[in-house]
Design a protein. Structure first.
Ligand SMILES: [Zn+2]
Ligand SMILES: [Zn+2]
Length: 389
């Protein structure tokens, strides 16, 4: 029993160390440029300089139509964006003009949230084509990544993006995975700096750091979301620029060389190709059991854990497995001291996708991190879950 516990603790420590091996960090700034002309200057440079000085890269989610509107006729913004691309930052397309042709409201345009109606594929393709033309004409850029207007993307949007050869989407409400043929999604995690004021500066900084160390590490990446015009030097004396710089200084001190700053497209390629090892492991990965991050996370009553069982395997014959055979699956939840809290699954399963629910309110648990551990044959993997009571 003691030996079992020791072995488990070693496995637990090992899995935490592996999870903490490295973190991909993406900085996505939406609504370049917003219609806000009171917060000046309308410039991306101060923010970009602060991020660059700390080794970071920015993914600018550009509203194409803004580049051809009066306030940007002088070409200053398009010049800045062209130079930004040359320095390794990325232009991501963010709709076309943020004006809905169904209801006339601004802020959404490919799915009408006022009438709750989808735009047709032809309509969405027309919006994409208008945006692509402006980006090509003003910046000489063909964007690879897309942020849906109002952050709402339906399956028709996915089909339209795939038809225009976009490989990367950054959409909330969908996981980090292929969501459509050829289209891979990397959702943003959180935004801390919307209309930020000095009074919440420190608390937001601490929240972001713990969020990144918990959810970022369990997801393998963290996508920090910001919005124009709050990242401009003219907003609250450059408060958001200072805040982002302080956050990156803390992250660099904590992770050292284990943090990898990437644009959305770079991160997409990194995860899609499994290029962490420089080897294409796609086939092997496809045959390994998968324990996904629980959703929601953090959670306060119950949470769902999805997992995939591959064919019965042993490490020497990974690819010669039969999909029909069964694998013994156990999924258990432990606290940080290695004490078993719940058994969510313990049975023979054939290859396929499954899900288990963890109802924390059935147990008398305190708030904190719990470990969900899956054993599938000789394969062992674990995820951290954050319970907030
Ligand atoms: Zn937007
Ligand atoms: Zn609308």
């Amino acid at each position: 029993m003691v030996l079992q516990k020791l072995t488990f603790l070693l496995i637990l420590i090992n899995s935490l160390l592996i999870a903490e091996d490295s973190l991909v960090f993406i900085i996505r700034v939406d609504d370049i440029q917003s219609r806000n002309t009171t917060t000046l200057p309308r410039s991306i440079n101060d923010f970009q300089n602060a991020v660059e000085a700390r080794g970071g890269k920015v993914t600018w989610a550009v509203i194409p139509h803004r580049l051809i509107e009066t306030q940007n006729y002088n070409g200053i913004l398009s010049g800045d964006l062209r130079r930004s691309v040359a320095r390794g930052h990325e232009i991501c397309m963010h709709g076309y003009n943020h004006i809905c042709t169904r209801c006339g409201a601004s802020g959404h345009e490919m799915f009408c949230s006022a009438t709750n109606t989808h735009f047709t594929l032809a309509e969405q393709l027309a919006i994409l084509d208008s945006g692509l033309k402006v980006l090509r004409d003003t910046l000489g850029v063909v964007p690879k990544s897309f942020v849906p207007p109002a952050h709402v993307a339906d399956t028709t949007t996915w089909a339209a993006l795939a038809a225009r050869n976009f490989p990367w989407l950054s959409s909330t409400g969908v996981r980090k995975e292929f969501i459509y043929s050829g289209l891979y999604n990397l959702p943003p995690h959180n935004e801390y700096t919307w209309q930020m004021t000095q009074s919440v500066y420190t608390s937001k900084l601490n929240q972001a750091l713990s969020d990144i160390k918990t959810n970022g590490l369990s997801d393998g990446y963290f996508c920090l979301l910001l919005h124009d015009p709050f990242m401009r030097a003219g907003y609250e004396n450059g408060l958001v620029i200072t805040w982002t710089a302080a956050l990156m200084d803390s992250l660099n001190a904590y992770f050292g060389g284990r943090i990898k700053y990437m644009t959305l497209s770079e991160a997409g390629e990194y995860f899609r190709d499994g290029s962490a090892t420089g080897v294409n492991e796609t086939e092997e990965i496809a045959n390994l059991p998968v324990l996904e991050q629980n959703y929601p996370n953090p959670f306060n009553s119950s949470t769902v854990i999805r997992y995939t069982v591959s064919g019965n395997r042993n490490s020497s014959a990974l690819l010669r497995t039969s999909r029909k055979s069964e694998t013994r699956i156990t999924i258990k939840v432990y606290d940080l001291l290695g004490r078993e809290v719940a058994t969510l699954a313990d049975e023979e399963k054939t290859a396929g996708n499954y899900q288990a629910e963890f109802s924390a309110d059935r147990y008398d648990l305190s708030s904190g991190i719990y470990i969900c551990r899956m054993q599938a044959g000789d394969f062992l993997t674990a995820r951290k879950m954050l319970y907030i009571h």
